[in-house]
Design a protein around this ligand. Structure first.
Ligand code: CU
Length: 391
């Protein structure tokens, strides 16, 4: 029975359809990424692939028809091998183009002390993997060209080579061990340090769907907490009987003095959340029933980062990085890094979690009014409403 389909023609038709699809979807692509996106790139690539496909399919049909008349037009093994190399070059250029194009979406320099080391570790890993990637791809496609089928050449039977196997096992094992040990060292340095005595403490409380931040009052200590105390007027479950907590402050956004060690204490009310502050290279899970913490030192003020990024609207951000429910996307809070003087000024304006304590020591900051009455609901929406969009 003759073939059901004429495959050459079917392929050419499919190629034509792809070309058509590419041209038809172009306005949609352009609309999806009007200014910041890829411009005409995707349209061009789709059109080129479709064009190559159509040309090749046509050539193949033509060459097959010539073959029936005894004329050999192409050496398809060679064409295939050369196309492998063409693919390699185009693919590598595509990868490079992506890097250049997307570089602006990567994070600016680290805004914390430990972040510099973390970035260093990531770039070492990155450059090693890039080198391996380039070398293996060159070998893969180069071999396809060099060892393509040729008349009269017979493949060599090559059973094994113990020396070669030894090297390709031991070398990656050593490289990976070094990378893992390096990573473990950096991780230990970041997470297992003992917080400095004078570290500023604050608490972040995560709930579906938002954050609440609590700062200690003049005593520098956060009051105790118990989830059984969570109520309409005590949304974070703070122990009112604990004298350390009576001057605690409830703040609408995180504000940190620059170059001062900070101990961030984390609690969750309902499900697992994750406190993620990418600019500071900070991330820690926030787990119900299991307080966690992260200790770091911000080193770049918001003002300085605005100059570095050239973006006058730049704002540091805390976001939840654990998909924790329907309004997960809404779990954001603004983070400011300011000078010591600005920090003191800001702190003095914050509200007490419970009520104004007995007159404090002379000269200490005297935060503003009593807030117990305003704490009847969690401030959903209020915090996020203040976040200007970035970029
Ligand atoms: Cu969350």
């Amino acid at each position: 029975m003759p073939g059901l389909f004429k495959w050459g023609r079917t392929t050419a038709f499919a190629g034509f359809l792809t070309l058509l699809l590419g041209l038809l979807t172009e306005p949609a692509l352009a609309q999806a990424a009007p200014t910041e996106g890829f411009g005409d790139g995707p349209k061009l690539i789709i059109a080129l692939i479709a064009l190559a496909w159509v040309v090749l399919a046509g050539l193949k049909t033509f060459s097959a028809s010539m073959k029936t008349r005894g004329v050999r037009l192409f050496n398809w093994n060679k064409v295939n091998a050369v196309l492998m190399v063409v693919f390699l070059v185009v693919f590598m250029l595509f990868v490079l183009w992506h890097f250049l194009k997307l570089m602006k979406f990567t994070l600016p320099v680290s805004a914390s002390a430990h972040g510099v080391e973390l970035d260093g570790m990531l770039s070492v890993t990155f450059w090693i993997t890039i080198a391996v990637f380039v070398i293996t791809q060159l070998l893969l496609f180069g071999f396809a060209l060099a060892y393509r089928h040729r008349e009269g050449r017979k493949a060599l039977f090559y059973a094994d080579n113990h020396q070669l196997e030894f090297y390709w096992t031991v070398v990656p094992a050593i490289v990976l061990t070094v990378l893992v040990l390096y990573g473990t060292k950096v991780w230990r340095e970041i997470t297992q340090v003992k917080p400095a005595e004078d570290a500023l403490q604050f608490e972040l409380f995560a709930y579906q769907f938002g954050w609440q931040a609590r700062y200690p009052g003049a005593d520098g200590k956060l009051g105790g907490h118990d989830f059984r105390l969570i109520s309409a007027t005590n949304s974070m479950g703070i122990e009112e009987s604990d004298s350390a907590g009576q001057d605690d402050l409830l703040v609408p956004e995180i504000t940190l003095p620059v170059n001062r060690p900070v101990l961030m204490k984390l609690r969750a009310r309902d499900v697992i959340h994750s406190a993620y502050m990418p600019h500071f290279r900070v991330q820690m899970n926030v787990v119900p029933g299991m307080p966690t913490q992260f200790y770091f030192t911000p080193t770049v003020t918001t003002k300085e980062m605005r100059e570095i990024t050239g973006n006058s609207n730049f704002v540091y951000e805390l976001a939840c990085n654990k998909i924790c429910g329907a309004a997960h996307f809404n779990m954001r809070m603004k983070v400011n890094v300011v000078s010591d003087a600005e920090y003191a000024e800001w702190l003095a304006k914050q509200r007490y979690y419970f009520r104004r304590p007995e007159p404090a020591v002379e000269g200490s900051p005297s935060p503003a009014a009593d807030t117990a009455s305003s704490l009847t609901t969690l401030p959903e929406g209020r915090l996020t409403a203040q976040l200007p969009t970035q970029r």
